[in-house]
Design a protein around this ligand. Structure first.
Ligand code: PHE
Length: 357
């Protein structure tokens, strides 16, 4: 087995890990089941190349823990899990289809302890293939059987979360605020448009310079070189690309009042929450502000199919962010601490209730 994998599984604080090596494509599949207290476990499937397969496992474990927090913070009846397909090379065409079909059959064989949907590197088209093999896929319209893309819901949730956070911090709306969006991809790109519509001036940065240019051009905003992303003056910094962009090196550079974006696992380590708090920068916890896709899928399972209604419900994200920021402000603590308490309350109540049965 690849170096370090067994050690990492031993150290995992969750339920367990389902591991498979897909020989035809040289892909490691890791399905990390973190916590099933609130319901059957559900989380996205990420596909990418990692320096080592074990790094993919670590990513999946961290993301699975994030999903437990995400469902619990919003009071939704699902447990936390995440899957990573750690590929050995970019996969397209038949090779990709083959992997996705085998992955779909693996999920089916688990009998429903894990259900999944899109995450970084997987698309609604990929999920159309997976759905051919298993019914344990989130975001399928019950009548049309079409795969619904969570991205626009996530973007709308981040928008409402940011609006609420701006309201708490500046006592006003997004109008006239400068927002730096890092990552103009699937979610970040849409967020750029929503912010522009709300009257914010938008700065865009992306390691893909063309993506930054085209998003900025759409809204008459400016681009910022990737290396200046942290040290640029703005009101809000919105990390919408990879995780761990908030760390011991970047936090001292920041020149914003608020961090509110869609990326998962924005903090490199738990201490980064205190680093932000000590600098007086308000941080909207990632797993709450980026929960729009998860919320939309949960509502869909609950029978709500009108996309208008689903979009409107993304205001729930704004309300939750506002509640958490207020609780944190009252006790002069990091919003991460307040959000963690909210999650623990929900999990404890559920554990207590199941003991009463
Ligand atoms: N991947 C997204 C997230 O982490 C959306 C998603 C949620 C997909 C739940 C499937 C299940 O929130």
């Amino acid at each position: 087995m690849s170096n370090g994998i067994s050690r990492r599984i031993e150290a995992f604080d969750g339920v367990g890990v389902i591991t498979r090596y897909d020989r035809p494509t040289g892909t490691w599949i890791f399905i990390c089941i973190h916590d099933d207290t609130l319901g059957s476990t559900t989380g996205g499937t990420r596909m990418r190349q990692y320096p080592e397969p074990a790094d993919g496992l670590t990513d999946a474990m961290r993301l699975a823990r994030g999903m437990t927090h995400k469902w619990a913070a919003l009071g939704l009846p699902f447990g936390g899990a995440k899957a990573v397909l750690a590929t050995s090379r970019p996969l397209v065409g038949e090779e990709r289809t083959g992997l996705l079909e085998r992955y779909g059959r693996l999920i089916e064989s688990l009998g429903g302890i894990f259900a999944t949907g899109e995450d970084l590197g997987t698309t609604p088209e990929d999920f159309a293939i997976i759905t051919g093999q298993t019914s344990f896929v989130h975001g399928i319209h019950p009548e049309t059987r079409e795969k619904i893309d969570p991205g626009p819901f996530t973007a709308r949730g981040v928008f409402h979360g940011m609006q609420a956070a701006v309201g708490e911090v500046f006592d006003g709306g997004l109008e006239g605020r400068t927002v730096m969006v890092q990552g103009a991809g699937h979610v970040g790109g849409r967020l750029v448009d929503l912010l522009h519509e709300a009257g914010a001036s938008v700065l865009v940065t992306d390691i893909d310079g063309d993506a930054a240019e085209s998003a900025a051009a759409r809204v008459g905003g400016a681009t910022v070189p990737a290396e200046d992303a942290y040290a640029t003056d703005c009101d809000v910094y919105a990390p919408c690309a990879i995780g761990a962009t908030l760390n011991a090196e970047t936090i001292p550079l920041l020149r914003c009042r608020l961090v509110a974006g869609s990326a998962n696992n924005q903090l490199a380590e738990p201490e980064d929450a205190d680093r932000l708090h000590d600098r007086g920068i308000i941080y909207a916890p990632d797993y709450i502000i980026n929960a729009g896709g998860a919320l939309a899928f949960a509502l869909l399972i609950g029978g709500e199919t009108e996309s208008e209604v689903l979009f409107t419900r993304m205001t729930d994200i704004g309300e939750t962010v506002a509640e958490v920021l207020r609780e944190a402000a009252r006790s002069d603590e990091s919003p991460v601490t307040a959000a963690g308490r909210r999650v623990e309350r929900t999990l404890q109540e559920a554990r207590g209730a199941s003991q009463d049965d």
